[in-house]
Design a protein around this ligand. Structure first.
Ligand code: 5GP
Length: 195
């Protein structure tokens, strides 16, 4: 389990699927050498452009269940009709205990759980699309979803948007560069604040 030596920090970025969070987090990791990205485990199939162990650890339902049974996840959630996603404790613990910063790109409930665990050592940021219509257009343009999964993702986005006020900060991703600038400033401030 996690040790109680509060040295490192954790940043959680949350956004409805297609709100631009992945691009923002990749740019953040490039800019800040002390931030490392937490790779989640998932039972969903890899997309054509995704790399195993880089974007996700793609594992079976059985492997995921074993991870739950042996307490290997900091948090995990199941959505989109049975797909599971989880943050392996190992992705965060080593960084945290040695004073580094871990960036998590996860969904809203997992993020709120992580915020609960780390308190002031965690910055939680909600990345918001300008509207649900824009989100739908972005997802259609990305071309990774069929009609059914697009519908599920939009329904989930509606639910996630209802929880935005529970986050430390909300950034609207209307213009990518502007949203990134805001995020970079926020992160800069956070990593230089001693809690
Ligand atoms: P996607 O299938 O589009 O990669 O991800 C779907 C959703 O799952 C996104 O909102 C993503 O942030 C979230 N997600 C990815 N990894 C995790 C995780 O480890 N835990 C939780 N709770 N959500 C995750």
């Amino acid at each position: 389990m996690l040790k109680d030596t509060q040295k490192g920090k954790v940043i959680v970025l949350v956004a409805p699927s297609g709100a631009g969070k992945t691009s923002l987090s990749q740019r953040l990791v490039k800019h800040f050498p002390t931030i490392s990205f937490s790779v989640s485990a998932t039972t969903r199939q890899p997309r054509s452009y995704e790399k195993k162990g880089v974007d996700y650890y793609f594992i079976s339902q059985e492997q995921f269940q074993e991870g739950i049974d042996t307490d290997q996840f900091l948090e995990w959630e199941e959505f989109y009709g049975g797909t599971r996603y989880g943050t392996p404790i190992s992705e965060v613990e080593k960084n945290y205990n040695s004073g580094y910063i871990t960036l998590l790109d996860i969904e809203v409930h997992g993020a709120l759980n992580v915020k609960n665990i780390y308190g002031d050592d965690c910055l939680s940021v909600f990345i918001k699309p300008p509207s649900l219509e824009v989100l739908k257009e972005r997802l259609e343009k990305r071309g990774t979803e069929n009609e059914h999964s697009l519908k599920l993702r939009l329904e989930r986005a509606k639910h996630e948007l209802e929880l935005e006020q529970k986050f430390d900060k909300v950034i609207v991703n209307d213009d990518f560069d502007q949203a990134y600038k805001e995020l970079e400033q926020l992160v800069n401030q956070f990593i230089h604040t001693h809690s």
